[in-house]
Design a binder for this molecule. Structure first.
Ligand code: NAD
Ligand code: IPM
Ligand code: MN
Length: 364
């Protein structure tokens, strides 16, 4: 089989800083496990737009079309003054997700004993938290039409978005989440607002029917999204796999980051349906954004990006042992006291981005 093509797009703000450390880890594991992998870096982002007039230049577009897995840093979608709307749309993260056909965004949340004091939660709440969001990534209010800002009959402006799901989108995300739960602790919590939204009511019907037809061995709970927000901080251990839509998944996964101590700890991986050759196309990225408040200082936490490499090794390269080794190295580095500023306690010395990368690599 052809080597796995990995396309590295650092993007904006701290994106390139944390991705550089992730890439060191990826190259190390590629060599250590002799993985057939071709790694290509391409420019992408606001700096690229300023330099070339294009957010995603032609060579990057071409690389996106042939890649198996993108290792992505971050975008700063707020720092785009003066950028033409077409350029924004062509190069946006949303259009990238769509071009790759990504529909299942996996956002695992695990807690590290070493960070008990850093998290605002009590250690007894945190102990043993091990959950994963399956965030539907192809639909919902992110893509629904009509959308826009327009004027009503009285000349007042109004912003319009449309929350829409068709049953095929719900089924493919739910089937993925059920299968994932089956390989874990066998519990799926499906999160919606069936009490308010028709798209939520359909979501619940479709998930219930799929459970009945194909996944009766998995325990299914339905939960309203607001309750899920509460349960994530009252009793997070109850969750195994959480299936939810694009917007709820975005919000609830950031809310869960508090348990992990920092947004700088949470990785994610997004997958397409299998292509004819059996491979899924994928994009791996930290859950966090470009962090303009700390960009350029070399202080960002690279662990979310490094843990995203673990997801790449697991889901795209298919080497579970290598994925676990990276995750274990992160835990070992934390246990040995390695702390970037976001996870250091007041007065505790903090390591920069590269030194955090060193601390992980030293354990691989
Ligand atoms: P953010 O995630 O960039 O930052 C939120 C807070 O967390 C900031 O205080 C930041 O310093 C901190 N933080 C984030 N990552 C960190 C890390 N690795 N190490 C240490 N601290 C870290 O969210 P924001 O500030 O609301 O958004 C900034 C920009 O990022 C916006 O343009 C937003 O659209 C974009 N964004 C992009 C993505 C993505 O690329 N997938 C995700 C979220 C936000
Ligand atoms: C994320 C981000 C993105 C999202 C933005 C930057 C489009 O918040 O990946 O969590 O909302 O999906
Ligand atoms: Mn988000």
């Amino acid at each position: 089989t052809r080597p796995l093509h990995v396309l590295v797009l650092g993007g904006d703000g701290i994106g390139p800083e944390v991705t550089a450390q992730a890439l060191r880890v990826l190259r190390h594991m590629q060599a250590k496990y002799a993985l057939p992998m071709q790694i290509e870096e391409q420019p992408y982002g606001n700096a690229t737009w300023r330099a070339t007039g294009s957010l995603m230049p032609a060579a990057t577009h071409a690389a996106v079309d042939r890649t198996d897995a993108v290792l992505f840093g971050a975008v700063d979608s707020l720092d785009r003054a003066g950028m033409p709307a077409e350029e924004r749309a062509r190069g946006s993260l949303l259009s990238l997700r769509r071009r790759l056909g990504l529909f299942a965004n996996l956002r695992p949340v695990r807690t590290e004993r070493a960070l008990d004091e850093v998290s605002p939660f009590k250690p007894r709440t945190l102990a043993g938290v091990d959950l994963v969001f399956v965030r539907e990534l192809s639909g919902g209010v992110y893509y629904g039409e009509p959308r826009g800002i327009e004027r009503d009959a009285d000349g007042r402006r109004r912003g319009i978005n449309t929350h829409i799901y068709d049953e095929d989108q719900i089924i493919r995300a739910a089937r993925f989440a059920f299968a994932l739960a089956r390989g874990r602790r066998g519990v799926l919590t499906s999160v919606d607002k069936a009490n308010v939204m028709e798209a939520g009511a359909l979501w619940r019907q479709v998930v219930t029917a799929l459970h009945h037809d194909e996944f009766r061995d998995v325990k299914l709970d339905h939960m309203l999204a607001d309750t899920c927000g509460l349960m994530l901080n009252r009793d997070p251990k109850r969750f195994d796999v959480i299936l939810t839509d694009n917007l709820f998944g975005d919000v609830l996964s950031d809310a869960a980051a508090g348990m992990a101590g920092s947004l700088g700890m949470l990785p994610s991986g997004s997958l397409s349906v299998p292509k004819p050759d059996g491979r899924r196309r994928a994009l791996y990225e930290p859950v966090h954004g470009s962090a303009p408040d700390i960009a350029g200082k070399g202080v960002a936490n690279p662990l979310a990006a490094i843990l995203s490499v673990a997801l790449l090794l697991r889901w795209s390269a298919g080497v579970e042992a290598a994925a676990r080794e990276v995750e274990a190295a992160v835990t070992a580095a934390l246990d040995a006291g390695a702390r970037s500023a976001d996870i250091a306690l007041a007065g505790e010395p903090a390591l920069g981005t590269e030194a955090m990368g060193d601390a992980v690599l030293a354990r691989l």
